[in-house]
Write a protein that binds this ligand. Structure first.
Ligand SMILES: Nc1ncnc2c1ncn2[C@@H]1O[C@H](COP(=O)(O)OP(=O)(O)O)[C@@H](O)[C@H]1O
Ligand SMILES: [Mg+2]
Length: 271
């Protein structure tokens, strides 16, 4: 919405209800080592945000901080308009139920079947009869494009692509409003990775999901993400559309998006 400020110039005013996640001036240090320094980032409803940055830059640390698993030294995090530091226990629980997470490591519990894995969040937050949970889990399994017989399989019996889909089914178990995916396609072959990206876009379109995706995958950034944020120097260095990234003169962004690998991708896309 465009409004006019006191100086008579038009400014874009963000509709608060459309901002699912707002991170303001967040500082995180681990063992006295500064990892994030007054970092700010917003994600709008229905957006697929691609969050990139060098390995070890702090992408997973930010994610864990947003999820409340790591303590921040200062700054504000709002989820669905609620300042998480001021949320009551019940408010925090309501927020947690609206978040789905696919962590970078340890995607599934190896001793549980796919169906039992998908039911973990249901058992944690809901009190449902087993039959209903079984039906709900099967729905989620179908939603992510797995065959029904995958439900009774253990992670060791699945391909890498199927494991990621099963982990996504678990992240979707409670019908979240936003899902956090930490490098979901790393380790997948390019075809499985592209299929996973397609699935994420389809779910966003059909479920009104917001997606926060940490990724190293240039293909993903080009095909699936509406918005890109680059982590560097302990904060968001640059953010915008892929076009903005391609125009950026920031050295890391330039070498990442216009380096040798990026050019190869571009050539492959034209072939
Ligand atoms: N639990 C931890 N204890 C100590 N240092 C950590 C911990 N988690 C992350 N770090 C450090 O924080 C920095 C950022 O890590 P991380 O967020 O995992 O990077 P990435 O951007 O690759 O996800 C790294 O220097 C890492 O060593
Ligand atoms: Mg990481």
């Amino acid at each position: 919405m465009a409004v006019t400020n006191g100086n008579g110039t038009k400014v874009e005013e963000q509709d608060e209800s459309e901002i699912v996640l707002s991170v303001r001036d967040v500082t995180v240090a681990i063992d006295d080592k500064l990892i994030l320094d007054k970092l700010s980032l917003d994600i709008k409803r229905g957006e697929i945000l691609g969050f990139v940055g060098a390995s070890g830059a702090g992408k997973s640390v930010l994610l864990r901080t947003i999820l409340g698993l790591l303590r921040k030294q200062s700054g504000t995090i709002k989820l669905f308009g609620v300042n998480v530091d001021k949320a009551s226990d019940i408010e925090r629980l309501r927020i947690d139920m609206r978040l789905g997470v696919l962590f970078q490591h340890g995607a599934l519990f190896s001793a549980l079947t796919v169906q039992e894995n998908v039911q973990v969040p249901m058992r944690e937050y809901l009190d449902l009869p087993k039959k209903l949970m079984d039906e709900l889990a099967l729905l989620k399994i179908e939603l992510v494009g797995l065959p029904p017989d995958a439900a009774q399989k253990f992670p060791s019996e699945l391909s890498g692509g199927m494991i990621k889909r099963a982990a996504l089914a678990r992240a979707l178990a409670l019908d979240p409003d936003i899902v956090f995916l930490d490098e979901p396609t790393s380790g997948l072959d390019p075809i499985s990775a592209a299929e996973f990206d397609e699935l994420v876009v389809k779910l966003r379109d059909t479920m009104d999901l917001t997606v926060y995706m940490v990724t190293h995958d240039l293909d993903t950034l080009f095909t699936a993400c509406d918005h890109v944020a680059v982590l560097g120097k302990k904060k968001v260095l640059v953010e915008g559309t892929i076009d903005d990234m391609l125009k950026s003169e920031e050295p890391w962004v330039k070498s990442y998006f216009r380096g040798k690998r990026a050019r190869q991708l571009d050539l492959a896309a034209r072939a």
